[in-house]
Design a protein around this ligand. Sequence first.
Ligand code: SF4
Length: 369
Amino acid sequence: MNKINQINFRFFKKNMQSIAVLMPLVPGSYAAERPCDGIMIYSFTTQQAPTIFREVSQATKKSLFVAGGPHPSSRPEETLRFFDYVVIGEGEETLPELIDVIQNKGDISSVKGISYKNEAEDIVFTEKRSQVDLDKFPPFDPGIMLNTIEITRGCPFNCAYCQTPQLFGHNMRHRSIDVISKYSKFLKDIRFTSPNAFAYGSDGIHPRIEKIESLLRALQPGRIFFGTFPSEVRPEFINDSILELVSKYCRNSTISMGGQSGSQGILESIKRKHTVEDIIIGAEKCLEHGFNPIVDFIFGLPGETEADQLETIKVIKWLTGKGGNVHSHYFMPLPGTEFENSTPAPLSKEVEKVMGDLALNRKTTGVWS
Ligand code: SF4
């Protein structure tokens, strides 16, 4: 096999979603569990980067290595120490074009949205590529694997720890109801990815409930799970009308909400643009409508004091006492974000104990230290 004729996507559990999006755009490509001869394409996050860099640096195959995804897009210079090309940001248009130019020995500098090293070993960034129209690309390849449908990309908020707006922009783009409906037929359980599912059809600030109702109605009689795993919703988007719609059209008994902190001071410092009260009202609304609220909290945010953590614990105790659940995280500085060079705050002993007890009682999942 010629070095550049075989195209392989390095596939592992945690990058299934991006590979399912990209593989149908490169017909005749393969899923690979290790480096193979040909063009090897990787998509990965910061958590996966050390393992991937080790794998690529130890590869003995004659491959050309192409990287994309959150970490390479934010750290192209670092990634180019191991890879030949980096696709920056969205790959739907850039990746097929890059492969075509490599295979036909064209002019690499003409491919927008990439970086690479030239003959002098200088790092070159080509012209930025504009955002893709989601409707022009399938949300997944039904022949490869069944998956969730990405309904929205981009976010108008700018939470200091989050890579989403840096990667996908501040304007929300939505897949059309027709395209979502077409691909929903391949799914037994219809689940979605979105930075805020209750913002579907809107600018991300002002909810468009009529758009959500049109979407949910168009997907009948499917088994719809909306506002729950793997997407989440912002607390201030939770209200009676939206929960009535979810009750009417969907099968989920839980709503996944991003709360992040029970300290108003921390919510302000991380630029969440909602209040602690919004979290409490959102959770109460969910409970009133018979949904179990599962709320995300992050511990160790930069500048967080023990007093801030205890305020979060107070909200968590209230929530779990009412029957809700918690999904917790420990802060990790991500490249490309405002907090990329920040140090995580240490976890208080009291918080560790309370969270440990809650985990034993199955009231919290995730990692908090
Ligand atoms: S955390 Fe959510 S609301 Fe905040 S910027 Fe990221 S996607 Fe947007």
